[in-house]
Design a protein around this ligand. Sequence first.
Ligand SMILES: Cc1cc2nc3c(=O)[nH]c(=O)nc-3n(C[C@H](O)[C@H](O)[C@H](O)COP(=O)(O)O)c2cc1C
Length: 192
Amino acid sequence: MQDRIRLVLIYGSVREERFCDQVVAWAREQIEQRSEFELSLVDPAVMFRQPGEAREFAEQRHQSLQQLLRADAFLIVTPEYNHGYPAALKQFIDEVPASWEARPVGFVSYGGVSGGLRAVEQLRQVLAELHAMTVRGSVSFTNAWEQFDDQGQLSEPRRANSALAHTLVQLNWWAQTLRAGRERVPYERIRG
Ligand SMILES: Cc1cc2nc3c(=O)[nH]c(=O)nc-3n(C[C@H](O)[C@H](O)[C@H](O)COP(=O)(O)O)c2cc1C
């Protein structure tokens, strides 16, 4: 059997006391129940800590970079700020040398009334420039803070669990397909 898909989940928010942690915890639990993925988490808040900081952060950053470079697929968990994606997430996408090319990207978004969908639609444009393939399926939490209880559990998990499962099936299909494609013809040859 082929290797499992190396799926990297990326935090979209770097704010202290971010809601992102709750959404990531839910997504992580769901993904870890599936055998087709080898999951790792990358937090841009760690990537952007400054030189001179504690050694453990440098080690974490090194580890995150390795995970990004080896990834077969990405899942971005993002909020929406002022009808767009978080600036730190854009900086991360622009500056961190991840292997976006010919890799699929899925989304879990959250926010107020829009559920983060405007941020996701804008990210699709950005990622197309990096030759990434965004999958259609996604999960969106409208007024997210109303959907999670005090223990960080979803009050009504059925719909979100199902939407995430659908997204993961698409991510897996694209990741397998693109990995085979990259092995057949290295993407650099057709990048232009
Ligand atoms: C500066 C700012 C702008 C926001 N703008 C929007 C917005 O345009 N649309 C929306 O649905 N929610 C908006 N929100 C709500 C956030 O999506 C929500 O607070 C979310 O939990 C933030 O994620 P975080 O806590 O993980 O950083 C905004 C929040 C902040 C702090």
